[in-house]
Write a protein that binds this ligand. Structure first.
Ligand code: COI
Length: 355
Protein backbone atom coordinates (compact mmCIF):
# COMPACT_ATOMS: atom_id res chain seq x y z
CA UNK A 1 0.00 0.00 0.00
CA UNK A 2 1.25 3.47 -0.84
CA UNK A 3 1.30 6.25 1.70
CA UNK A 4 0.19 9.63 0.38
CA UNK A 5 1.37 12.70 2.24
CA UNK A 6 -0.42 16.04 2.18
CA UNK A 7 1.35 18.60 4.34
CA UNK A 8 -0.55 21.08 6.47
CA UNK A 9 -0.21 24.51 4.86
CA UNK A 10 -1.43 26.23 8.04
CA UNK A 11 0.58 24.76 10.92
CA UNK A 12 -0.71 25.78 14.33
CA UNK A 13 1.22 27.74 16.89
CA UNK A 14 2.70 25.37 19.44
CA UNK A 15 1.76 25.79 23.08
CA UNK A 16 4.25 26.17 25.91
CA UNK A 17 5.53 22.64 26.48
CA UNK A 18 7.60 23.56 29.53
CA UNK A 19 4.86 23.17 32.12
CA UNK A 20 3.66 19.54 32.05
CA UNK A 21 0.76 20.34 34.36
CA UNK A 22 -0.52 23.21 32.22
CA UNK A 23 -0.08 21.18 29.06
CA UNK A 24 -2.45 18.60 30.53
CA UNK A 25 -3.29 15.30 28.87
CA UNK A 26 -4.81 14.83 25.40
CA UNK A 27 -6.13 18.36 24.99
CA UNK A 28 -4.29 19.62 21.92
CA UNK A 29 -3.30 17.85 18.74
CA UNK A 30 -0.40 18.05 16.32
CA UNK A 31 -0.64 19.33 12.73
CA UNK A 32 -1.09 15.98 10.98
CA UNK A 33 -2.91 12.68 11.31
CA UNK A 34 -2.78 9.30 9.61
CA UNK A 35 -5.95 8.01 7.97
CA UNK A 36 -6.91 4.95 5.95
CA UNK A 37 -10.22 3.46 4.86
CA UNK A 38 -11.68 -0.01 4.66
CA UNK A 39 -14.22 -1.26 2.15
CA UNK A 40 -15.48 -4.82 2.12
CA UNK A 41 -14.29 -5.58 -1.39
CA UNK A 42 -11.15 -3.47 -1.26
CA UNK A 43 -9.70 -4.07 2.20
CA UNK A 44 -7.70 -1.31 3.89
CA UNK A 45 -6.74 1.31 1.31
CA UNK A 46 -6.11 5.01 0.68
CA UNK A 47 -3.48 5.37 3.41
CA UNK A 48 -2.58 9.00 3.87
CA UNK A 49 -1.01 11.53 6.21
CA UNK A 50 -3.10 14.68 6.05
CA UNK A 51 -3.61 17.87 8.08
CA UNK A 52 -5.25 17.13 11.45
CA UNK A 53 -8.85 18.22 11.18
CA UNK A 54 -12.53 17.50 11.26
CA UNK A 55 -14.27 15.02 9.04
CA UNK A 56 -17.93 14.83 8.18
CA UNK A 57 -20.05 11.96 9.39
CA UNK A 58 -23.69 11.04 8.99
CA UNK A 59 -25.74 10.81 12.21
CA UNK A 60 -26.42 7.19 11.33
CA UNK A 61 -22.75 6.17 11.35
CA UNK A 62 -22.45 2.76 13.01
CA UNK A 63 -19.76 3.55 15.60
CA UNK A 64 -21.95 6.17 17.26
CA UNK A 65 -24.74 3.68 17.81
CA UNK A 66 -23.01 0.38 18.47
CA UNK A 67 -19.49 1.36 19.52
CA UNK A 68 -17.73 -0.88 17.01
CA UNK A 69 -14.32 0.61 17.63
CA UNK A 70 -10.94 -0.21 19.12
CA UNK A 71 -7.99 1.98 19.96
CA UNK A 72 -4.51 2.12 21.43
CA UNK A 73 -2.35 4.49 23.45
CA UNK A 74 1.40 4.85 23.11
CA UNK A 75 3.93 7.63 23.45
CA UNK A 76 6.89 9.19 21.62
CA UNK A 77 9.62 10.49 23.91
CA UNK A 78 12.29 13.09 23.09
CA UNK A 79 15.75 12.36 24.45
CA UNK A 80 18.24 14.99 25.67
CA UNK A 81 20.07 14.74 22.34
CA UNK A 82 16.83 15.26 20.38
CA UNK A 83 16.25 11.69 19.30
CA UNK A 84 12.68 10.43 19.29
CA UNK A 85 11.98 7.05 20.89
CA UNK A 86 8.93 4.80 20.83
CA UNK A 87 8.49 2.21 23.60
CA UNK A 88 7.61 -1.32 22.40
CA UNK A 89 5.27 0.06 19.69
CA UNK A 90 4.95 -3.33 17.98
CA UNK A 91 3.14 -4.54 21.12
CA UNK A 92 0.55 -1.78 20.73
CA UNK A 93 -0.21 -2.71 17.13
CA UNK A 94 -0.39 -6.38 18.06
CA UNK A 95 -2.82 -5.61 20.90
CA UNK A 96 -4.81 -3.31 18.61
CA UNK A 97 -5.40 -6.19 16.20
CA UNK A 98 -6.48 -8.40 19.14
CA UNK A 99 -8.95 -5.75 20.27
CA UNK A 100 -10.18 -5.20 16.70
CA UNK A 101 -10.65 -8.92 16.23
CA UNK A 102 -12.92 -9.07 19.32
CA UNK A 103 -14.95 -6.20 17.86
CA UNK A 104 -15.21 -7.83 14.40
CA UNK A 105 -13.10 -5.09 12.81
CA UNK A 106 -10.85 -6.32 9.97
CA UNK A 107 -7.17 -6.55 10.90
CA UNK A 108 -4.64 -3.91 9.92
CA UNK A 109 -1.13 -4.56 8.62
CA UNK A 110 0.84 -3.94 11.83
CA UNK A 111 4.18 -3.27 10.12
CA UNK A 112 2.70 -0.88 7.58
CA UNK A 113 0.87 1.08 10.30
CA UNK A 114 3.99 1.28 12.45
CA UNK A 115 5.95 2.61 9.46
CA UNK A 116 3.16 5.14 8.80
CA UNK A 117 3.25 6.18 12.47
CA UNK A 118 7.01 6.75 12.28
CA UNK A 119 6.53 8.99 9.21
CA UNK A 120 3.72 10.87 10.95
CA UNK A 121 5.86 11.55 14.01
CA UNK A 122 8.80 12.69 11.91
CA UNK A 123 6.55 15.13 10.04
CA UNK A 124 5.26 16.41 13.39
CA UNK A 125 8.57 16.06 15.25
CA UNK A 126 8.36 19.61 16.56
CA UNK A 127 5.26 18.49 18.44
CA UNK A 128 7.17 15.97 20.53
CA UNK A 129 7.78 17.95 23.72
CA UNK A 130 11.19 17.73 25.40
CA UNK A 131 10.46 18.83 28.94
CA UNK A 132 10.28 16.67 32.07
CA UNK A 133 7.17 14.51 32.29
CA UNK A 134 6.01 15.42 28.79
CA UNK A 135 5.69 13.24 25.69
CA UNK A 136 3.66 12.93 22.50
CA UNK A 137 0.67 10.73 23.34
CA UNK A 138 -0.37 8.75 20.27
CA UNK A 139 -3.91 7.47 19.80
CA UNK A 140 -4.55 5.01 16.94
CA UNK A 141 -8.27 4.27 16.57
CA UNK A 142 -10.45 2.18 14.25
CA UNK A 143 -14.14 3.04 13.84
CA UNK A 144 -17.00 1.47 11.92
CA UNK A 145 -18.48 3.83 9.33
CA UNK A 146 -21.52 2.09 7.79
CA UNK A 147 -24.47 4.45 7.65
CA UNK A 148 -27.18 1.88 8.36
CA UNK A 149 -28.78 1.55 11.80
CA UNK A 150 -29.37 -2.18 11.60
CA UNK A 151 -27.21 -3.98 14.20
CA UNK A 152 -24.54 -5.80 12.25
CA UNK A 153 -20.83 -5.76 11.67
CA UNK A 154 -19.97 -2.75 9.53
CA UNK A 155 -18.64 -3.15 5.98
CA UNK A 156 -16.77 0.16 6.08
CA UNK A 157 -14.19 1.42 8.54
CA UNK A 158 -11.76 4.24 9.10
CA UNK A 159 -8.45 3.95 10.88
CA UNK A 160 -6.82 7.08 12.26
CA UNK A 161 -3.75 7.99 14.27
CA UNK A 162 -3.80 11.31 16.09
CA UNK A 163 -1.09 12.76 18.32
CA UNK A 164 -1.30 14.95 21.40
CA UNK A 165 1.63 16.58 23.20
CA UNK A 166 0.82 15.80 26.81
CA UNK A 167 1.91 16.02 30.40
CA UNK A 168 1.06 13.67 33.25
CA UNK A 169 -2.17 11.72 33.32
CA UNK A 170 -2.21 11.28 37.10
CA UNK A 171 -1.00 13.24 40.09
CA UNK A 172 2.55 12.32 41.05
CA UNK A 173 1.54 12.33 44.73
CA UNK A 174 0.06 9.03 45.97
CA UNK A 175 -3.43 8.56 44.56
CA UNK A 176 -6.54 7.79 46.60
CA UNK A 177 -8.65 5.05 45.04
CA UNK A 178 -12.11 3.64 45.83
CA UNK A 179 -12.80 -0.09 45.52
CA UNK A 180 -16.05 -0.30 43.50
CA UNK A 181 -18.62 -2.72 44.87
CA UNK A 182 -21.82 -1.76 43.07
CA UNK A 183 -20.85 -1.61 39.41
CA UNK A 184 -18.56 -3.81 37.32
CA UNK A 185 -16.32 -2.88 34.41
CA UNK A 186 -16.14 -6.21 32.57
CA UNK A 187 -17.34 -9.79 32.87
CA UNK A 188 -15.88 -13.13 31.74
CA UNK A 189 -16.42 -13.58 28.02
CA UNK A 190 -16.94 -9.85 27.53
CA UNK A 191 -14.60 -7.27 26.06
CA UNK A 192 -12.57 -6.39 29.17
CA UNK A 193 -9.21 -7.28 27.59
CA UNK A 194 -9.85 -5.06 24.56
CA UNK A 195 -9.30 -1.35 24.28
CA UNK A 196 -12.79 -0.49 23.12
CA UNK A 197 -14.91 2.57 23.99
CA UNK A 198 -17.68 0.65 25.82
CA UNK A 199 -15.26 -0.55 28.50
CA UNK A 200 -14.40 3.03 29.32
CA UNK A 201 -17.96 4.39 29.08
CA UNK A 202 -19.01 1.77 31.64
CA UNK A 203 -16.62 3.27 34.19
CA UNK A 204 -17.79 6.87 34.11
CA UNK A 205 -20.58 6.73 36.72
CA UNK A 206 -18.23 5.20 39.29
CA UNK A 207 -15.49 7.61 38.30
CA UNK A 208 -17.82 10.55 38.91
CA UNK A 209 -18.87 9.25 42.32
CA UNK A 210 -15.24 8.60 43.27
CA UNK A 211 -14.22 12.13 42.24
CA UNK A 212 -17.10 13.62 44.24
CA UNK A 213 -15.82 11.79 47.31
CA UNK A 214 -12.29 13.11 46.79
CA UNK A 215 -10.83 9.95 45.20
CA UNK A 216 -9.03 10.06 41.88
CA UNK A 217 -9.92 6.63 40.47
CA UNK A 218 -11.79 3.36 40.95
CA UNK A 219 -10.43 -0.13 41.57
CA UNK A 220 -12.57 -2.75 39.82
CA UNK A 221 -13.44 -6.17 41.21
CA UNK A 222 -14.41 -9.11 38.98
CA UNK A 223 -18.05 -9.45 38.04
CA UNK A 224 -18.95 -12.88 39.47
CA UNK A 225 -17.89 -13.07 43.11
CA UNK A 226 -16.95 -9.41 43.51
CA UNK A 227 -13.99 -10.54 45.58
CA UNK A 228 -10.97 -10.52 43.33
CA UNK A 229 -9.17 -7.42 42.12
CA UNK A 230 -9.00 -6.67 38.39
CA UNK A 231 -7.63 -3.25 37.37
CA UNK A 232 -8.16 0.48 37.68
CA UNK A 233 -9.48 1.16 34.14
CA UNK A 234 -6.73 3.58 33.17
CA UNK A 235 -4.03 1.34 34.65
CA UNK A 236 -3.16 -2.15 35.90
CA UNK A 237 -2.53 -2.59 39.61
CA UNK A 238 0.35 -4.05 41.65
CA UNK A 239 0.77 -4.71 45.38
CA UNK A 240 3.92 -5.37 47.39
CA UNK A 241 3.21 -7.71 50.30
CA UNK A 242 6.04 -9.07 52.48
CA UNK A 243 8.57 -8.34 49.75
CA UNK A 244 6.61 -10.06 46.98
CA UNK A 245 5.00 -8.17 44.10
CA UNK A 246 1.54 -9.39 43.13
CA UNK A 247 -0.64 -8.34 40.21
CA UNK A 248 -3.96 -9.89 39.12
CA UNK A 249 -3.43 -12.57 36.47
CA UNK A 250 -4.81 -11.82 32.99
CA UNK A 251 -8.18 -13.53 32.78
CA UNK A 252 -9.86 -12.03 29.72
CA UNK A 253 -11.50 -9.16 31.58
CA UNK A 254 -8.27 -7.34 32.48
CA UNK A 255 -6.35 -5.19 30.00
CA UNK A 256 -3.02 -6.84 29.08
CA UNK A 257 -0.97 -3.71 29.76
CA UNK A 258 2.35 -3.22 27.98
CA UNK A 259 3.72 -1.28 30.95
CA UNK A 260 2.36 -4.10 33.17
CA UNK A 261 4.30 -6.64 31.09
CA UNK A 262 7.42 -4.47 31.26
CA UNK A 263 7.18 -4.08 35.05
CA UNK A 264 6.98 -7.86 35.43
CA UNK A 265 9.99 -8.36 33.14
CA UNK A 266 12.03 -5.73 35.03
CA UNK A 267 11.16 -7.26 38.41
CA UNK A 268 12.21 -10.69 37.17
CA UNK A 269 15.47 -9.17 35.94
CA UNK A 270 16.00 -7.62 39.37
CA UNK A 271 15.25 -11.02 40.93
CA UNK A 272 12.41 -9.59 42.96
CA UNK A 273 9.66 -12.18 43.44
CA UNK A 274 6.65 -11.33 41.28
CA UNK A 275 3.48 -13.31 40.75
CA UNK A 276 0.45 -12.97 38.52
CA UNK A 277 -2.44 -14.56 40.36
CA UNK A 278 -5.91 -14.02 41.76
CA UNK A 279 -5.78 -11.60 44.64
CA UNK A 280 -8.79 -10.65 46.72
CA UNK A 281 -9.48 -7.29 48.32
CA UNK A 282 -9.87 -9.20 51.59
CA UNK A 283 -6.25 -10.38 51.25
CA UNK A 284 -5.10 -6.78 50.76
CA UNK A 285 -7.06 -5.68 53.81
CA UNK A 286 -5.57 -8.48 55.92
CA UNK A 287 -2.05 -7.57 54.71
CA UNK A 288 -2.75 -3.97 55.69
CA UNK A 289 -3.97 -5.04 59.14
CA UNK A 290 -0.97 -7.24 59.82
CA UNK A 291 1.38 -4.59 58.40
CA UNK A 292 2.72 -6.66 55.51
CA UNK A 293 1.21 -4.44 52.77
CA UNK A 294 4.25 -2.43 51.78
CA UNK A 295 3.41 -0.67 48.51
CA UNK A 296 0.73 -0.29 45.87
CA UNK A 297 1.07 1.22 42.40
CA UNK A 298 -0.62 1.33 39.02
CA UNK A 299 1.00 0.92 35.61
CA UNK A 300 -0.09 2.17 32.21
CA UNK A 301 1.07 4.07 29.13
CA UNK A 302 -0.64 7.26 30.25
CA UNK A 303 -0.27 6.50 33.97
CA UNK A 304 3.39 5.33 33.68
CA UNK A 305 3.90 4.19 37.31
CA UNK A 306 1.38 5.82 39.61
CA UNK A 307 1.73 5.49 43.35
CA UNK A 308 -1.39 4.57 45.36
CA UNK A 309 -1.56 5.86 48.94
CA UNK A 310 -5.07 4.94 49.99
CA UNK A 311 -7.70 2.36 49.09
CA UNK A 312 -11.20 2.87 50.37
CA UNK A 313 -13.13 -0.41 50.67
CA UNK A 314 -16.61 -0.51 52.19
CA UNK A 315 -16.25 1.50 55.39
CA UNK A 316 -12.54 0.73 55.70
CA UNK A 317 -9.51 2.73 54.70
CA UNK A 318 -6.33 0.97 53.66
CA UNK A 319 -3.43 3.39 53.98
CA UNK A 320 -0.37 2.25 52.07
CA UNK A 321 3.17 3.12 53.17
CA UNK A 322 1.87 6.03 55.27
CA UNK A 323 0.56 7.58 52.07
CA UNK A 324 4.06 8.09 50.72
CA UNK A 325 5.61 6.91 47.44
CA UNK A 326 7.23 3.52 48.08
CA UNK A 327 10.90 2.95 47.27
CA UNK A 328 10.22 0.14 44.77
CA UNK A 329 7.47 2.21 43.12
CA UNK A 330 9.95 5.07 42.69
CA UNK A 331 12.69 2.72 41.45
CA UNK A 332 10.35 1.25 38.82
CA UNK A 333 9.21 4.72 37.75
CA UNK A 334 12.85 5.80 37.35
CA UNK A 335 13.77 2.62 35.45
CA UNK A 336 10.85 2.72 33.01
CA UNK A 337 10.99 6.45 32.33
CA UNK A 338 14.79 6.21 32.19
CA UNK A 339 14.49 3.67 29.36
CA UNK A 340 11.66 5.55 27.63
CA UNK A 341 13.55 8.87 27.59
CA UNK A 342 16.87 7.23 26.67
CA UNK A 343 18.50 8.26 29.96
CA UNK A 344 19.59 4.76 30.93
CA UNK A 345 20.80 1.80 28.95
CA UNK A 346 17.94 -0.08 27.28
CA UNK A 347 19.22 -3.57 27.95
CA UNK A 348 15.85 -5.09 27.04
CA UNK A 349 15.92 -3.52 23.57
CA UNK A 350 12.46 -2.04 24.08
CA UNK A 351 12.91 1.38 22.52
CA UNK A 352 12.79 2.17 18.82
CA UNK A 353 14.74 5.25 17.74
CA UNK A 354 12.85 6.80 14.86
CA UNK A 355 14.84 9.96 14.30
C1 COI B 1 -3.41 4.60 28.13
O1 COI B 1 -2.64 4.45 29.07
O2 COI B 1 -3.03 4.85 26.98
C2 COI B 1 -4.84 4.38 28.34
O3 COI B 1 -5.40 3.68 27.60
C3 COI B 1 -5.54 5.04 29.43
C4 COI B 1 -6.48 6.06 28.91
C5 COI B 1 -7.68 6.12 29.79
C6 COI B 1 -5.83 7.39 28.76
Amino acid sequence: MNLKIIKNSKPKEKPDFSDAKKLGFGKIFSDHMFVMDYLKNKGWHNARIVPYGKFEIEPSISVLHYGQSAWEGLKAYKTDDNNILLFRPEKNFERLNNSMNRLEIPKIDENFCLEALKKLILIDKEWVPNFPQTSLYIRPIAISTDTEIRLKSSENYKFLIICSPSGNYNDLAPNKIIVEEKYVRAAPGGTGFAKTPGNYAATLTSQKIANEKGYSQVLWLEAIERKYIEEVGSMNIFFKISGEIITPALNGSILPGITRMSVIEILKDWEIPVSERKISIEEIYKAYKNETLEECFGSGTAAVITSVGELSWQDKKIIVNENKIGSLTKKLYDEITGIQYGKIKDKFNWTMNIS
